[in-house]
Structures are given as C-alpha cells and as structure tokens.
Ligand binder design. Structure first.
Ligand SMILES: CC(C)(COP(=O)(O)OP(=O)(O)OC[C@H]1O[C@@H](n2cnc3c(N)ncnc32)[C@H](O)[C@@H]1OP(=O)(O)O)[C@@H](O)C(=O)NCCC(=O)NCCS
Length: 212
C-alpha cells in the first residue's frame, strides 16, 4: 500500500471514529505487555491458554447479576473469536476490553477485570470485575481494586467508575474498598428479563474515584 493510500485510509478511519463519537481522548490507557503488575496480583492480557477457565467463568453463578445483557460464551470457537476481538482492542487501546486477574508468578486465570471506555464523559473508565467460584472469598478482588484504581489514575484517567445492582452488597463493599465512593442511585439502569418476556429495570448504585 502506498504512503498516500495509507494516509487516506487513516484519515477516513479517523473521520468515521469522529462521527461515531470515538475520539482519541476517549481511548483507554495502553495495557502494558507484561500487564499491570502489583505485589499481590497481576492483571494481564488474555491468552489462548485461558480458554477453559474463561468459559467456566462466563457460566459461573452471579454473572447474570453483573451484566444481564451478556450471553455467555460456551464454545472454544466463541472464545477464540472473543480473544481475537480483545487483541484488536489491546492494540488500539479501546474498550470494552478485559484483563485476566492472576496471582503473581502463576499463569492461571482467577477472574476478570473489564474496562469500559465512557464515551460521553471526559477521561473516565468504568470497571467490572468477576472472580471464578474457586477464587472467590480469597480477597483477590480486593487486590485487583487496590492495583487497578491507582494505576488508572497514574495513566491520567480522571474518573474511575463502577455500577452495580442496588442490593448487591458484595459488589458495593468491594467497590468502596477499592476507593470508589458511593455517589448515588441511578434509577432503572440494568434490565432484568423475566421468563414471560417482560423486562424489569433495576436501579444501580454508582461509585467513583476521582484522580487525586
Ligand atoms: C462480587 C465478587 C467479585 C466478590 O468477589 P469475592 O472474591 O467473592 O470477594 P471476597 O469474598 O474476597 O470479599 C471481599 C470483601 O467483601 C466482603 N463481602 C463479601 N460479600 C459481602 C456481602 N454480601 N456484604 C458485605 N461485604 C461482603 C468480604 O467480607 C471481604 O472483605 P474482608 O476480606 O475485609 O472481610 C464475586 O462474588 C463475583 O465474581 N461475583 C459475580 C460477578 C459480580 O457480581 N461482579 C460484581 C459486579 S461489577
């Protein structure tokens, strides 16, 4: 491809992103190749070896409380397609993108941390976290919050946010422990689909940490 064609393609892509409201300023911080490394936890990019654990995580209890709109992946082919998309997002530093939560020096997946880039707010990132059932109640989630929130602020993120269904006490505790104070209640945020085809909209508790 000639330099002129490449430049033209970049310009068209930038223009399209602009029309879609995806601005460079709204990019996520670039995830380092070695991941976000803290004394108690490592948050790294997903790899093909994570397939089985990731599929187990997606169908684990409580995930429907996290995001009722998500349909869990159940096959290796679905995981491969998801991983390919994650890799594109890592390269472009765009969200939503997910990181594997691991113990330092151990490759096994313990849980997931997902970043959503918030398009309509300057420099804000929303977090979601989920642990594999056998990694729950072991404070990995607290280590994850303690590592990621200061890292995001150090990368220049102004607001780090998290939302959970009102009444999800564990999520509320974990968010507050990570320094995300409660800001209030957002009414009718999470859809809950009943078997009879009706939808109930659940309120969300909004948390955030603001850059020091
Ligand atoms: C929510 C979730 C991430 C919590 O992870 P976890 O490993 O079970 O959390 P831990 O047991 O290590 O608990 C962390 C702290 O929360 C506290 N906690 C746990 N459940 C609680 C509850 N129902 N009420 C109050 N505090 C609670 C624990 O006491 C612990 O604090 P401590 O160590 O000081 O005692 C995990 O249960 C999960 O993956 N759930 C499914 C996905 C989800 O709901 N994600 C959250 C929405 S973003």
């Amino acid at each position: 491809m000639s330099a002129v064609t490449a430049r033209l393609r970049r310009l068209v892509a930038e223009r399209l992103r602009d029309r879609l409201g995806v601005h460079d300023d709204a990019r996520l911080p670039r995830i380092p190749a070695e991941g976000v490394v803290a004394p108690d936890v490592v948050l790294r990019r997903y790899r093909p070896e994570d397939a089985d654990s990731r599929l187990r995580l997606e169908s684990s209890p409580g995930l429907d409380r996290w995001d009722a709109r998500c349909r869990s992946a159940t096959t290796r082919a679905e995981f491969d397609a998801w991983l390919a998309e994650q890799q594109r997002r890592y390269a472009a530093a765009r969200g939503p993108c997910s990181l594997a939560v691991c113990a330092p020096g151990a490759p096994d997946l313990l849980g997931d941390l997902t970043f959503w880039r918030l398009r309509d707010r300057w420099n804000s990132v929303e977090l979601g976290v989920a642990m594999l059932p056998d990694a729950r109640n072991l404070r990995w989630v607290l280590a994850t919050g303690a590592a990621v929130v200061p890292w995001l602020h150090a990368q220049g993120v102004q607001r780090v946010e998290a939302h959970h269904v009102v009444g999800h006490d564990a999520a509320c505790f974990v968010a507050r422990a990570g320094g995300l104070a409660v800001e209030g209640v957002l009414r009718g945020v999470f859809p809950q689909h009943a078997g009879d085809g009706t939808t109930r909209w659940l309120d969300a508790c909004a948390h955030a940490s603001v850059a020091p």
